[in-house]
Design a binder for this molecule. Structure first.
Ligand SMILES: [Cu+2]
Length: 131
């Protein structure tokens, strides 16, 4: 009788140890996102873009190749701005907030859009022509 109780106690503390290990392992698995490295140095041009439900204004921009600063504001709703071919770059705005970021772009035509579910298909997309 006494032996049975002792075995049960060991069994319980063993289970608690396993749960503790799983929780600890879960904490370390949060490093999968692509880190975006912003270019250093001054921007040669600042592009101001305003977001609303569901459009960017302006939706067609042009800029010279090099380091560009993008200032994003929102006049309505929560939005973000990502650029196709530039993994990790993202500006997020909600309500009246403003977000700024720098990108280094070569000549080409880039598509930017809001990647919140349903926003791009509703019209939140634009083009940036770099010459
Ligand atoms: Cu949006």
């Amino acid at each position: 009788m006494l032996r049975r109780i002792a075995t049960r106690r060991i069994g319980l503390s063993g289970a608690a140890l396993i749960v503790g290990t799983l929780v600890f392992a879960g904490c370390g698995s949060d490093s999968g996102a692509t880190p975006y490295v912003a270019p250093t140095g001054p921007a040669i041009k600042t592009l101001s873009i305003s977001a609303k439900n569901f459009a960017f204004t302006p939706s067609a921009l042009s800029a010279p190749a090099g380091i560009l600063q993008i200032d994003l504001t929102s006049s309505a709703g929560n939005h973000d701005l990502v650029i196709q071919g530039l993994p990790g770059f993202q500006l997020e705005v909600s309500g009246d907030t403003k977000a700024s970021g720098k990108v280094l772009l070569k000549k080409g035509k880039y598509t930017f859009y809001c990647d919140i579910a349903g926003h791009r298909s509703s019209g939140m997309e634009g083009t940036l022509t770099v010459t």
